[in-house]
Design a protein around this ligand. Structure first.
Ligand SMILES: [Zn+2]
Length: 688
């Protein structure tokens, strides 16, 4: 800008200053100095000057204005340019910022992407690592499981975790027939040297060496009572021992253990005795002042006999008693024999009657299989006499008239059973006697000429389809018959021991000489004759002692026993239940409950099934169900209620024994060992 007075502010011109300033420019001195000119001229000149000044001033003003405008325009333009430049700069900056932002965004995105990529990669690595670890762990687990399985497989079966067996052990049906006697058997009862296809059995008939005639068909009334479900039949079976006793010819002298039977708790019936068992018979004529009983009643008038029986048994069904008496009189051949014997006694002179005796000597006959209804003369010789005759007591029944009291009947007599068990043998079927011939086997010879008592009863106690099953329907009386048979066999064996002391070299045990030698203060009068029961007699003290010594020897050899195992017979075993005989339904009462026998009615079946179960269990044990077994000792006992049970001690081998503590720790699944013990005997054995 040019030098000059400062640009006045628009609209506010200081005129005084302007004037002074313009004057000085034109005249070269201050205004006061001009006052020296002539007044008129001076005034005129002054006006012109002023006008000129005014004009100049206006021009100047105008110029100034123009200059100002131009300047302003220039300024404006410049400012506009500056503004535009600033705007451009701003725009440029904005664009730069946008670019930078974009770049930052890109960078950020790139970084994020990179981060994501890195994370994804890391994740993949992690996943892969985890998978690898999982696979490794899985492989380790698999290996461990394989190892465990191998260890488990090496364990005995009973020591592995217990699982319910898919199927219970079954002996199969009792339907295998003995080829010789047609007795029904379980397959496992066959002889071990016979095959499954052609089984042979020894327990029933010694492979055909024993052939006995079947029992007679019972009278219709008795069969109906034994097979029906009517209340009368059930009542008869409930009291069959009492009914039998009412009609028996002989009485049984035995101490029956009633303690279990009369307890508060009702349980299955079991016939248990103490001491010996004898069948006794009194005189045919009752003593003075005594009521007639047993065989005496058959001599009496029928009505009087029935009345006497009813007086003895007021709790029995009297109508049924009359029917049973008629049945026996009509069917039992012993009734006419007794009557005939009594007749002979009566015919003797009165002075001889006190001592008269009549022997009934049975004749087994040439063919023991022909059991027709016998007449007196067919089967028996009636020998009157005074008792001095040489009659074998085992073959004959000596009847006395009045004197002599009760006499026992030999258990070797063939009438021993039919005289007492009239409800089992109503037609007087002969029992065992000493002269039953054995059938000699082909190409060999039997050990004995005659059938032993034990073999006879074993034959009789096997049911056969073609034989009447009435014996097995006797219930409580059947139990008594079996106990009687056992006692009789025992008695025979004891008698044999008594009469064969030399054979068993009893002098080795001569207690009398020992007493003389060693013990002081022994009253020799009390020593008596000593009968030695050898160790071969089951149940004798020497037998038990020998077993005890044997067990101790096993324990000394094998160490202490490791397992004490008890198995009890279960009356609900399928093999028992399946073979109980059914009763015919009662048409009058279709809702009656009793359809089958109970297990206590068939001790024969229970004992046979239990024996086979023991066999299967011992086979499992020997096959290694508990591992390496070095030995075992067991005893079979019968419970108070009549069911058998076994106590078994097992001696394990050293390896199995050392593993036992591990098997039985509480955390181990093998604590289920005890669970195993009971059903292990039910597992199907390999041979079954
Ligand atoms: Zn047989």
């Amino acid at each position: 800008m040019a030098a000059g007075p400062p640009a006045p502010m628009e609209g506010r011109v200081n005129w005084q200053e302007r004037l002074e300033y313009g004057f000085q420019q034109r005249h070269g001195g201050p205004l006061e100095d001009q006052n020296n000119a002539p007044p008129q001229q001076f005034i005129m000149g002054r006006w012109e000057t002023y006008a000129e000044e005014e004009r100049r001033h206006a021009a100047h003003q105008h110029n100034l204005r123009l200059q100002n405008d131009a300047q302003r325009q220039i300024d404006h333009d410049r400012e506009t340019l500056q503004h535009q430049a600033r705007m451009a700069e701003l725009q440029r900056q904005r664009e730069m910022e946008a670019l930078q932002h974009q770049a930052q965004q890109d960078e950020l995105q790139r970084q994020q992407q990179h981060q994501r990529d890195m994370e994804a990669l890391e994740h993949q690595n992690n996943v892969a690592q985890q998978q690898q670890m999982d696979q490794q762990a899985e492989a380790e687990r698999t290996q461990e499981a394989i190892n465990n399985n191998q260890a488990l497989a090496a364990l005995p079966k009973a020591c592995r975790p217990y699982h319910d067996p898919t199927q219970r052990f079954s002996m199969g049906p009792m339907s295998v027939k003995c080829p010789h006697c047609h007795a029904l058997h379980f397959k496992s009862e066959r002889l071990t040297n016979s095959s499954n296809i052609r089984p042979r059995f020894g327990i029933c008939c010694l492979q055909g060496q024993i052939q006995l005639p079947p029992f007679s068909e019972p009278p219709q009334l008795l069969r109906q009572l034994l097979t029906s479900s009517t209340p009368r039949a059930r009542n008869f079976r409930e009291r069959i021992r009492q009914y039998n006793c009412a009609f028996a010819f002989t009485s049984v002298a035995v101490k029956v253990d009633e303690a279990i039977l009369n307890g508060a708790r009702a349980g299955p019936y079991s016939f248990k005795i103490h001491g010996g068992l004898y069948h006794s018979m009194g005189t045919l004529h009752p003593q003075e002042g005594r009521r007639p009983s047993y065989a005496q009643l058959y001599i009496y008038d029928e009505q009087a006999a029935l009345a006497a029986r009813n007086i003895h048994n007021p709790n029995l069904n009297h109508a049924l008693m009359a029917d049973l008496q008629d049945m026996l009189i009509a069917n039992n051949p012993l009734v006419p024999l007794y009557k005939q014997a009594y007749q002979i006694m009566q015919e003797t002179p009165p002075e001889l009657q006190d001592n008269v005796r009549v022997s009934i000597v049975m004749q087994p006959g040439d063919d023991p299989r022909r059991y027709n209804l016998p007449t007196a003369n067919d089967v028996a010789a009636i020998i009157p006499g005074s008792g001095e005759e040489d009659v074998n007591e085992h073959r004959g029944i000596i009847l006395r008239h009045k004197n002599g009291g009760l006499k026992t009947i030999s258990h070797l007599n063939l009438l021993y059973s039919p005289l007492h068990y009239v409800m089992l043998f109503p037609k007087g079927d002969h029992g065992w006697h000493t002269k039953i011939d054995i059938v000699q086997p082909e190409g060999g010879s039997a050990r004995s000429k005659y059938v032993s008592q034990r073999c006879y009863y074993a034959f009789r106690l096997h049911p056969r389809p073609m034989e009447p099953s009435d014996l097995f329907r006797g219930g409580r009386l059947f139990q008594q018959y079996i106990v009687d048979a056992w006692a009789s066999i025992e008695q025979s064996e004891l008698n044999w021991v008594r009469h064969n002391q030399k054979t068993i070299r009893a002098d080795l045990y001569d207690g009398l000489r020992d007493a003389l030698r060693g013990v002081q203060g022994v009253d020799l009068g009390q020593m008596g004759k000593r009968i030695v029961l050898p160790a071969s007699h089951p149940g004798s003290a020497r037998h038990m002692y020998q077993l005890f010594q044997d067990s101790m020897a096993i324990a000394r050899h094998c160490g202490k026993p490791d397992i004490f195992l008890t198995m009890t017979a279960n009356p609900n075993w399928a093999e028992v239940q399946d073979n109980l005989l059914p009763y015919e339904p009662d048409d009058d009462d279709p809702d009656q409950r009793e359809k089958n026998q109970t297990a206590s009615d068939r001790p024969d079946i229970v004992a046979r099934v239990f024996a086979q179960k023991i066999k299967a269990m011992l086979k499992d044990i020997k096959d290694g169900v508990f591992g390496d077994v070095h030995g075992y000792v067991f005893t079979v006992e019968f419970q108070k209620r009549g069911l058998p049970h076994i106590h078994l001690l097992i001696f394990l081998g050293d390896l199995t024994r050392s593993a036992m503590p591990l098997m039985l720790t509480p955390s181990s699944p093998l604590r289920s060992l005890t669970l195993w013990l009971i059903p292990c005997c039910m597992r199907p054995s390999q041979s079954a």
